[in-house]
Design a protein around this ligand. Structure first.
Ligand SMILES: *[C@@H]1O[C@H](CO)[C@@H](O)[C@H](O)[C@H]1NC(C)=O
Ligand SMILES: *[C@@H]1O[C@H](CO)[C@@H](O)[C@H](O)[C@H]1NC(C)=O
Ligand SMILES: *[C@@H]1O[C@H](CO)[C@@H](O)[C@H](O)[C@H]1NC(C)=O
Ligand SMILES: *[C@@H]1O[C@H](CO)[C@@H](O)[C@H](O)[C@H]1NC(C)=O
Ligand SMILES: *[C@@H]1O[C@H](CO)[C@@H](O)[C@H](O)[C@H]1NC(C)=O
Ligand SMILES: *[C@@H]1O[C@H](CO)[C@@H](O)[C@H](O)[C@H]1NC(C)=O
Ligand SMILES: *[C@@H]1O[C@H](CO)[C@@H](O)[C@H](O)[C@H]1NC(C)=O
Ligand SMILES: *[C@@H]1O[C@H](CO)[C@@H](O)[C@H](O)[C@H]1NC(C)=O
Length: 781
């Protein structure tokens, strides 16, 4: 298919923190509800500007307040108060508060932090059945989690940090299958964890720090997406938990663990932070932990770990903090830890190391202690051990066996690593994309999933691909699969095992980043899925073996087989041509794609530099934008949101970029112009000239208008329809951005043009299957 094209231009994601503008008015009942909320919360400072004249959907947001609307309902409400330490007065009723809140039934994202809300959480909060993200940290909620929460099947994030919630973590927690983040830090939960926790497949973050949990941690090894597990300050133990190997952060500090450390831990390649301090772990310390490719924080202090350290051990260069203190380690401090640089903290006091520094114990102390812990908990009494076995610094007996297993493990691992070196030096860190989500990210729950509402119809779920799959799909990057190349890298056409065709963009990294640096970008890409966008199906990281940094990223896109919109309109030898109805349908599709980019995700994606050749048509002639800004490509590693960690726009930024959404409107106008005139528009001079032509014909009579339109549609289009399209086109092309219409306004007009055209043709069936057929009914009054 020669016409298949993939966009040659992918641009930097311009993330401008601008408020989202809607032409709609908020329903007045919502206004009343918000004012009532303000009153019930006793007029917190962050709501001081709210009054009955406030246009809630269009007011400035800041870190402590933001309201986001979609159409005429509120989908996000973020209020952050300053009552961390003082509950609201006695006349506050959480029941009335929640009764009021549930009058905002479209809420998807709800943040109510530090507002002094007190009382047992009423089950009726579950009437907000669209809830996806809830953060009610730092209030005074008590009692247990109400069972009604289990009906919130869309719930992805549940955060109740710093409250006084108590009782056990309920068994029904697994009825929240979409749950990705569960954070209940600093509450009064008790008892042991339910086994059902182990079946929350999507869980990425589980934070249960600082509660009164006890006992064994349930088997979490099936949670392949789990990246952050924080269990510190509880009474978990005695066995080391069973975990998946994708962990990035593992915090077991200050619990009652008394087992050995499983050998697999040394193969957790993504592990950045490991804190197992203040427990009673026994057995050998694994020096391999020091050289894990991602590790930067390692704290094993306050345990009874044994082992002989060597000067020549290697460490990961990123290692910032190593705390080995208060264990039973012998031998010499590894040279790689001794450094003059003050930006690395290395603590190793109260061991038996062969150094004069940091208060070491005499050797025999460690040996005796090691023997003691070796015998006490796990040993069978009948096996008496003499002290002779201790020469290796390892306890001997059973533990010696463990050490041997470990040794074999390391040798095997080394061997594997070496044999792999002979192959191309790549290693795949297979990692679930959508799962890449860290606490940092989380703190700004930006994403509102409109995908259901706006329809990412028919796409498989976003996932990570293995390098093998990519190679198989492209026949080992065969030149026959090559579609094109630009400054970012090559683009291949491919076919997956299941038969579906895909386009694969390979982005070569010029600088070294770890997979963690991509988390944010991948997260965004995975959310940019919509019926009218050429959507990403997944990605694959190729990592270099030596430092496991990412050398290439493959982005897998759906294949859109029917050529560019231009090839159906104005290409010199275009054999095929879209009918007038199909053109309006394509325009509606593009407009909906733009609407999604602007309002379907937060912050919106603006200034996409849209061009008609970057709009592709699929087999049903559904238009899809392919050139929207992909965040990954140019600005790797930069903090894209300035100093705003909350993702809310900063109102002072607002002035200069007031009409940033309007540059896409202009570009859309140019596309419309080409759709109407079927003349190739390649420069802004072309655009200006054709705009003048259109302007002149608009003032003329019906005959005049028809005479400028594409000859192939002249006969079939109704004048009212053509005129509406011309008018909205002219308005999009106005020089002053502020005077250009909103995307909603554009959509209204396009749908009007489509409707009158259909009505005129008198057969409503005719639009079935055309690009605009899924457009909703006309907003006639
Ligand atoms: C946020 O805006 C509200 C009014 O909209 C204001 O009262 C509040 O002080 C602002 N908060 C911050 C942190 O700027
Ligand atoms: C706003 O509400 C106050 C009382 O809450 C009322 O006195 C005032 O008339 C209202 N203003 C408008 C414009 O509705
Ligand atoms: C609750 O009491 C405070 C004073 O303690 C008062 O300012 C506030 O209006 C009362 N709120 C309600 C909802 O009655
Ligand atoms: C857990 O807390 C609840 C409420 O505080 C209490 O009734 C219950 O006895 C506690 N259970 C355990 C096992 O401590
Ligand atoms: C390691 O953990 C211990 C106990 O949890 C803590 O006191 C110590 O400060 C930690 N070390 C570092 C360097 O953070
Ligand atoms: C490190 O040193 C120890 C003893 O000093 C030696 O047995 C071992 O082979 C060395 N390992 C490497 C990898 O050089
Ligand atoms: C530490 O500094 C001393 C002198 O300041 C220097 O001789 C030594 O080589 C340095 N060590 C390392 C590991 O950089
Ligand atoms: C909950 O929201 C507050 C305020 O925005 C934020 O500081 C906190 O980090 C959020 N909690 C989580 C776990 O993201």
């Amino acid at each position: 298919m020669g016409n298949r094209q993939f966009p040659s231009v992918f641009l930097v994601l311009v993330t401008i923190l601008l408020s989202i503008h809607y032409s709609e008015e908020l329903q007045s009942s919502h206004t009343q509800t918000l004012l009532r909320i303000q009153q019930l919360l006793n007029f917190p400072a962050s709501l001081s500007k709210w009054n009955n004249d406030t246009d809630f959907c269009n007011t400035d947001s800041n870190a402590s307040l933001s309201v986001v609307c979609y159409e005429d309902t509120i989908t996000q409400l973020h209020i952050i108060g300053d009552r961390r330490d003082s509950p609201l007065s006695r006349n506050f009723s959480i029941d009335s508060f929640v009764t009021t809140l549930v009058r905002l039934p479209s809420l998807k994202v709800l943040t109510l932090v530090s507002l002094g809300i007190w009382g047992p959480l009423p089950g009726k909060i579950a009437r907000l059945s669209s809830l996806e993200i809830v953060n009610m940290s730092s209030n005074f909620l008590y009692g247990s989690l109400p069972q009604e929460l289990s009906s919130l099947s869309n719930l992805q994030t549940l955060i109740f940090d710093n409250n006084m919630l108590a009782d056990r973590l309920p068994e029904w927690i697994d009825s929240l299958p979409a749950l990705t983040v569960l954070s209940l830090k600093s509450n009064l939960f008790n008892g042991s964890l339910p086994n059902s926790l182990g079946s929350l497949d999507n869980l990425r973050i589980l934070s249960l720090s600082h509660n009164h949990f006890i006992g064994l941690v349930p088997d979490l090894s099936r949670l392949t997406n789990l990246q952050v597990l924080e269990l510190d300050d509880n009474a978990f133990g005695p066995q080391f938990p069973q975990l998946g190997n994708k962990l990035v952060t593992l915090v077991l500090r200050n619990n009652r663990f008394r087992s050995g450390i499983p050998a697999e831990l040394s193969s957790y390649y993504q592990l950045k932070q490991l804190d197992i301090s203040s427990n009673a772990f026994v057995g050998p310390f694994q020096p391999g932990l020091l050289s894990l490719p991602s590790i930067d924080y390692l704290n094993i202090s306050g345990n009874k770990l044994t082992g002989l350290l060597f000067e020549n051990l290697s460490c990961n260069s990123e290692l910032d903090v190593v705390d080995l203190s208060s264990n039973l380690l012998t031998g010499s401090l590894p040279r790689c830890l001794v450094s003059n640089s003050s930006d690395r903290t290395v603590l190793y006091a109260r061991n038996c190391l062969d150094t004069a520094n940091q208060n070491q114990q005499p050797q025999p102390f460690c040996h005796t202690e090691a023997l003691a812990v070796g015998i006490l908990p796990e040993r069978k009494k009948h096996k008496q051990v003499s002290k002779v076995v201790l020469s290796l610094g390892i306890v001997g007996g059973t533990l010696g066996g463990v050490a041997l297993v470990l040794l074999i493990f390391f040798i095997v691992r080394r061997g594997n690593a070496r044999s792999k070196m002979k192959n191309p030096p790549t290693r795949l860190i297979s990692e679930n994309a959508a799962s890449a989500y860290t606490s940092k990210l989380l703190s700004d729950a930006r994403y509102i999933s409109q995908t259901k509402k706006l329809g990412a119809a028919g796409l498989p779920t976003y996932r990570s691909f293995s390098l093998e799959e990519i190679e198989a799909a492209t026949n080992y990057f065969d030149t026959a699969s090559l579609m094109g190349e630009d400054s970012y890298g090559k683009m291949y056409r491919g076919q997956l095992k299941n038969g579906s065709h895909v386009a694969i963009r390979c982005v070569e990294m010029k600088k070294r980043y770890s997979t963690q640096n991509f988390v944010h970008h991948i997260e965004l890409i995975s959310k940019l899925r919509h019926r009218h966008l050429v959507s990403a199906l997944g990605h694959c990281f190729e990592c270099s073996l030596d430092d496991s940094s990412v050398s290439k990223v493959y982005l897998v896109f759906e294949d859109v087989p029917n050529g560019t919109l231009r090839s159906w309109i104005s290409d010199e030898n275009a054999k095929r041509s879209l009918s007038w109805t199909q053109r309006i349908g394509a325009a509606i599709g593009v407009a909906k794609g733009i609407q999604f980019l602007h309002t379907g995700i937060v912050p919106g994606v603006y200034a996409n530099d849209l061009k008609i050749e970057d709009v592709l048509l699929d087999q049903n002639l559904v238009a899809k934008i392919s050139s929207y800004d992909l965040p990954l490509l140019s600005n790797m590693g930069k903090v894209r949101h300035g100093n705003s960690s909350s993702g809310f726009k900063n109102s002072s930024n607002n002035k200069g970029v007031k009409h940033v959404d309007k540059s896409d409107i202009y570009d859309f106008g140019v596309i419309l112009l080409e759709l109407i005139l079927a003349r190739k528009i390649k420069t802004s001079t072309d655009a200006d000239a054709f705009k003048d032509l259109l302007q002149a014909s608009l003032g003329a009579d019906e005959e005049g208008r028809r005479s400028v339109a594409d000859p192939s549609i002249r006969k079939a289009c109704l004048d009212q329809s053509l005129k509406t399209m011309m008018e909205i086109c002219m308005r999009c092309l106005v020089k002053e951005p502020a005077d250009r219409p909103s995307i909603e306004d554009v959509l209204w007009n396009l749908q009007f043009a489509s409707q009158v055209q259909d009505a005129w043709r008198g057969d409503s069936q005719s639009s079935e299957g055309s690009p605009g057929s899924e457009s909703r009914g006309l907003p006639f009054h």
